[in-house]
Design a protein around this ligand. Structure first.
Ligand code: C2E
Ligand code: CA
Ligand code: CA
Ligand code: CA
Length: 278
């Protein structure tokens, strides 16, 4: 009896219960309107590797909850995917990002915005009209928007998803494959899906100075992407050494703490008003 209790205790350790209840807590907060009210979007610049100019910003969701404090995006995005709130949450992020870009375009007319898309959002039949609606509401052309999807999407690859991506691309929306190299992407998808941008996973970039293997992989991925007509983004660029190495590898765009962390709206606005520091 005693031993069984100990085993039970072992399997249902407080940390596991803690994780499960935190997820449930996050999901119930997502279900209340207050979660959507607390949601914020930060923006991180993407830099043209040749000119050094900002060409776009990536929208990154932020959630500071009164009770739980800062909740890391991968945690609440996953909770929203599992709890069925990702479509609503994704729509809010899309609308927020598009309206914000429309404001900033008064200061920088060519600026674009990248929005991360969960694979589940793409499976939603209303996805295309949601995107069209957000663009229209903000008065933006489709060319102002880039959608970032991870390799994960390819696992659920279906004719439907491919059809939807082709349709978005033909409207002028740019598609980026995110975290390339981290997971399951088959090289076949690179040529058969309508991607225009490839974002090399930041784990490659961060250790590129220490691991020869990562340098070789990054060079090879970049050459392959270019030969297929895709532009390459390196993210997680934290040092000037890495930035100049990436320039010699002919990466097209760079993103990372070296240039800027993701910033709240007010900081981006004053940056655009005052001219940028690089
Ligand atoms: P991601 O799309 O790969 O975004 C890049 C992440 O790397 C961001 O983390 C960003 O803050 C961080 N980062 C950028 N530069 C550097 C750097 O130089 N060094 C380091 N250490 N980190 C850097 P964040 O904002 O915490 O987001 C994490 C992930 O959560 C994102 O990865 C994305 O998968 C997901 N996510 C964030 N916002 C959204 C959203 O609105 N929708 C969806 N579906 N997913 C989102
Ligand atoms: Ca991304
Ligand atoms: Ca990424
Ligand atoms: Ca990532």
């Amino acid at each position: 009896e005693n031993q069984r209790a100990r085993i039970r205790h072992c399997f249902f350790a407080p940390s596991m219960e803690g994780i499960a209840s935190r997820k449930l807590k996050i999901q119930s907060l997502l279900n209340t309107g207050s979660a959507l009210e607390e949601l914020d979007v930060y923006y991180q610049p993407l830099i043209d590797a040749t000119t050094g100019h900002i060409v776009s910003f990536e929208a990154l969701a932020r959630w500071h909850n009164a009770e739980l404090g800062f909740i890391p995006p991968p945690e609440f995005i996953t909770a929203a995917e599992d709890g069925g709130q990702i479509v609503e949450l994704g729509e809010l992020i899309m609308q927020t990002a598009c309206l914000q870009l429309a404001q900033w375009r008064r200061l920088a007319p060519a600026l674009k915005i990248s929005v991360n898309i969960s694979p589940l959002q793409l499976l939603d039949p209303a996805f295309e009209s949601m995107v069209a609606n957000a663009l229209q509401l903000a008065g933006l052309p489709p060319q102002a928007l880039k959608l970032e999807v991870t390799e994960q999407l390819m696992l659920q690859s279906s004719d439907q998803v491919l059809h939807k991506l082709n349709s978005l691309q033909s409207q002028g929306i740019q598609l980026a494959i995110d975290d390339f190299g981290s997971g399951y992407a088959s090289l076949n998808y690179l040529s058969s899906y309508p991607f225009e941008l490839l974002k090399i996973d930041q784990s490659f970039i961060m250790d590129i100075m220490r691991e020869e293997r990562l340098l070789t992989l990054t060079r090879t991925i970049t050459e392959l992407a270019h030969s297929l007509g895709l532009k390459v983004v390196a993210e997680g660029v934290e040092t000037t050494e890495i930035a100049s190495l990436l320039q010699t590898l002919e990466c097209d765009l760079m993103q990372g703490y070296l240039f800027s962390r993701p910033l709240p709206v007010a900081e981006v606005t004053s940056m655009l008003e005052n001219g940028v520091p690089w």
